[in-house]
Design a protein around this ligand. Structure first.
Ligand code: FAD
Ligand code: MG
Ligand code: MG
Ligand code: MG
Ligand code: MG
Length: 550
C-alpha cells in the first residue's frame, strides 16, 4: 500500500521534472585530411556529438609535400596538429588516434583500432556508433598491380614519404661518391626516375632539378656529370589535366633543363636496379637502370572503402559513389567527401517525363517557352550539364536548345510536346563532368556538407524547398546540390618559374607566376604558425640554400 503511494508520488515528481534535452545526434568523422578538417572547421559542433578518427594526429598541407622532398620546406612546417586546430576554433570535438578498420552500415557503427602502439593489452580495438557518418578517408596509392612497385618505388602521398625521399636522394649522392665505383655504376645510382607525369610527378621533378643545380652540384662536383632525371609518362604529354599551353611550356622548360621525358611508355615491372618499360606504339620492351624511383602514377581505393562498397552493392566501382548532396545513396546516414568518393550526377534523361509534367502547369500536354523558362533555373541547379551544354554549343538561351530539336521555328510562339522536348535534351547528358581528386574539391565538399549539417533542423522543419525537381527523394535536403567552383590550379616548374591556370581560360606562366604561387600558398596556410614557418623556410632557402644533411 505504502509502496504504491510513494511510487505514484515519485512518478508525479518525475512527470513534473523538465523534459531532458533531446539527445544530440552522433556524428563520426573518418579522416583528418583536406575534406575531414574542412567539414569539422565549418561544422557547428554544439549541435552534434562529434567524434573524429584518424591514425595521424595532424593535418598535412599536401601541396607543399614536393617541397619537403628536397628540404625547401621542412616537414614540420606543413603539418598542423588536429587537437590544436579544434582548440583554436573552439570546437567541441573528441579525437581518437585510431584507424577505422570496417564500416558497418546495418549496425550504424565503425570498428576502429588504436594507432598508438600495442601496449593496450588488446584493448586498442573499439567500436563507435553513429547517427551520421562522414567518410573522408582519402585515396591510397595505386600501383595497378605492377610487379615490384610496392617493394622498390617511393611514393609521395604522406609526410613520411616526403621525408624518406629526402633521405634517399642524399643517400644516392653519398653512395655514388664512394671510391672504386665505376662510371656506369655512378650513372645508375644517380638516375632518378619519376613514373607518372601528372602534377605531383612534375612538381617533384622540378624540385629535384632545382636541388641538384642549386645545391648538390656545389657539394658533389665530382659526380655532377652523372646525374640524370627522367619522367616516364604513359600518355603523349605530361600535365594532361592542364591547359595544352601549360603542357607545352612545361615540356620545353624541362627539355632546356635536361630532364628527360619518356612519353608513350608504360612501366611493366620494377626490380631492385632496373625498370622495364614498354613502348606503347612499338611494343618493344627496354630495361632502364635506376638509382631511385618515385611512383606517382595514380590513386586507388583504400581497403576499408572497398569493403564498404561491397557491403552496399557498389563493388564494381573505383570510388565510393554519392549523390549530388554527397550522401551514399544506399544508406540514409552515410556521407562521403574528398578523394575517397565521387559524385554521380543524375542524368536529365532519367527524369525527363517528370520534368515535363512539372513544367506543364496547365496540363496541356505541351510546353510553351514561358513554361520552360519558369523551371529553367531549377533544371540548371539540379542538372548542371544543361548549362554546360548550352555554353559549349554557344547557345544564348533555352530557345536555342529547344529549336535544335524542333528545326526552324519562331522563338516566341514555340510549343513543344514531350517527344520534341526529349529530342532537344538528349545530348545534354554528354556534358556531365566528374570533379577531380584535388584538395580544392575536398575542401569545398567538406565546407558544403558542414553547411548542410548546420541547417539540417531548419530543413527538416521546412521541407518545401526551392527545388521542385529533385527527383531523388532527398527529403530534408531542400537546398542546392553540391557544385564545385574551380579556382584554378598551379604547376610549379622549378627555377623560380611556375604555370597557372586561372578561371576564365586564363593561363599565366613564368617567373611572375612563381611569385603568385608563393603568395597564394602562403595565404592558404591553415594557421599563422604554419604560415610563418613556411615563409621562413622559403627565406632560409633563398639565403642559405637547402640543407643537404639527412
Ligand atoms: P586526405 O587529405 O588524404 O585525408 C585522408 C585522411 O584520412 C587522412 O587524415 C588520413 O590519415 C586518414 N585515414 C586514412 N586511412 C584511415 C583509416 N583507415 N581510418 C581513419 N582515418 C584514415 N590538390 C590540390 O588541389 N592542389 C595541389 O597542389 C595538390 N598537390 C598535391 C601534392 C601531393 C604530393 C599530393 C599527394 C596531393 C596533392 N593534392 C593537391 C591532392 C590533395 O592532397 C588531395 O586531393 C586531398 O588530400 C584529398 O583530401 P581528402 O581529405 O579526401 O584525403
Ligand atoms: Mg579528409
Ligand atoms: Mg591532406
Ligand atoms: Mg572526390
Ligand atoms: Mg503547357
Amino acid at each position: 500500500m505504502g509502496f504504491s503511494f510513494f511510487a505514484s508520488r515519485a512518478a508525479a515528481r518525475f512527470l513534473e521534472a523538465p523534459e531532458p534535452p533531446p539527445r544530440k545526434k552522433k556524428v563520426v568523422v573518418l579522416g583528418t585530411g583536406w575534406a575531414g578538417t574542412s567539414f569539422l572547421k565549418n561544422l557547428d559542433s554544439s549541435r552534434y556529438e562529434v567524434k573524429v578518427i584518424s591514425p595521424r594526429n595532424y593535418f598535412a598541407f599536401t601541396p607543399l609535400l614536393p617541397s619537403v622532398t628536397c628540404g625547401t620546406v621542412e616537414a614540420r612546417s606543413v603539418v598542423e596538429p588536429i587537437r590544436r586546430m579544434f582548440e583554436k576554433k573552439g570546437k567541441d570535438v573528441a579525437y581518437y588516434e585510431a584507424e577505422c578498420l570496417k564500416i558497418d552500415p546495418t549496425k550504424k557503427a565503425v570498428h576502429c583500432r588504436s594507432a598508438v602502439g600495442t601496449n593496450l593489452d588488446g584493448n586498442g580495438d573499439f567500436m563507435l556508433d553513429y547517427d551520421y557518418l562522414v567518410v573522408a578517408l582519402g585515396a591510397a596509392v595505386n600501383t595497378f598491380n605492377t610487379p615490384g612497385v610496392m617493394e622498390h618505388c617511393h611514393f609521395l602521398k604522406e609526410v613520411e614519404d616526403a621525408q624518406k625521399i629526402r633521405k634517399s636522394v642524399i643517400d644516392c649522392f653519398e653512395r655514388a661518391s664512394i671510391p672504386n665505383i665505376s662510371e656506369e655504376e655512378k650513372r645508375k645510382i644517380l638516375h632518378f626516375v619519376i613514373i607518372g607525369g601528372g602534377p605531383t610527378g612534375v612538381e617533384f621533378a622540378a624540385e629535384l632539378h632545382d636541388f641538384l643545380v642549386e645545391d648538390l652540384v656545389k657539394l658533389y662536383p665530382a659526380i655532377e656529370q652523372f646525374v640524370k632525371i627522367t619522367i616516364i609518362q604513359s600518355g603523349e604529354h605530361i600535365l594532361n589535366t592542364f591547359d595544352q599551353r601549360i603542357a607545352v611550356f612545361a615540356e620545353s622548360k624541362f627539355q632546356r633543363d635536361g630532364i628527360e621525358l619518356s612519353t608513350g611508355f608504360r612501366v611493366i615491372k620494377v626490380s631492385d636496379d632496373s625498370i622495364t618499360v614498354k613502348c606503347k606504339s612499338s611494343g618493344v620492351e627496354t630495361l632502364v637502370p635506376y638509382g631511385m624511383a618515385i611512383w606517382s602514377a595514380g590513386i586507388g581505393t583504400r581497403p576499408v572503402i572497398t569493403d564498404f562498397m561491397n557491403q552496399v552493392g557498389q563493388g564494381k566501382r573505383r570510388a565510393l559513389a554519392t549523390n549530388e548532396w554527397l550522401r551514399v545513396p544506399e544508406c540514409d546516414s552515410v556521407y562521403a567527401i574528398g578523394d575517397c568518393s565521387s559524385i554521380s550526377q543524375r542524368k536529365i534523361m532519367e527524369d525527363i517525363s517528370t520534368i515535363f509534367k512539372v513544367a506543364d502547369k496547365d496540363n496541356s500536354g505541351t510546353l510553351t517557352l514561358k513554361e520552360i523558362n519558369d523551371v529553367l533555373e531549377d533544371i540548371c541547379i539540379r542538372y548542371p550539364q544543361v548549362e554546360l551544354y548550352m555554353k559549349s554549343m554557344h547557345m544564348v538561351d533555352i530557345a536555342d536548345l529547344i529549336k535544335g530539336g524542333l528545326g526552324d521555328s519562331h522563338k516566341e510562339s514555340m510549343v513543344v510536346n514531350i517527344e520534341e522536348f526529349k529530342k532537344a535534351m538528349c545530348h545534354v547528358d554528354s556534358q556531365v563532368k566528374t570533379v577531380p581528386a584535388t584538395a580544392q574539391v575536398a575542401a569545398q565538399q567538406g565546407y558544403y556538407l558542414a553547411d548542410c549539417f548546420n541547417k539540417k533542423d531548419h530543413c527538416t522543419e521546412h521541407p518545401e524547398g526551392p527545388l521542385r525537381l529533385t527527383g531523388s527523394g532527398e527529403g530534408h535536403h531542400n537546398f542546392r546540390p553540391f557544385r564545385y567552383k574551380h579556382l584554378g590550379q598551379f604547376a610549379p616548374l622549378g627555377g623560380e618559374q611556375a604555370a597557372a591556370e586561372l578561371p576564365g581560360d586564363w593561363v599565366s606562366m613564368g617567373h611572375s607566376t612563381q611569385w603568385l604561387w608563393y603568395s597564394v600558398y602562403a595565404s592558404k596556410q591553415v594557421s599563422w604558425r604554419t604560415r610563418v614557418l613556411v615563409v621562413s623556410d622559403w627565406t632560409r632557402r633563398f639565403i642559405f640554400g637547402r640543407d643537404s644533411s639527412r
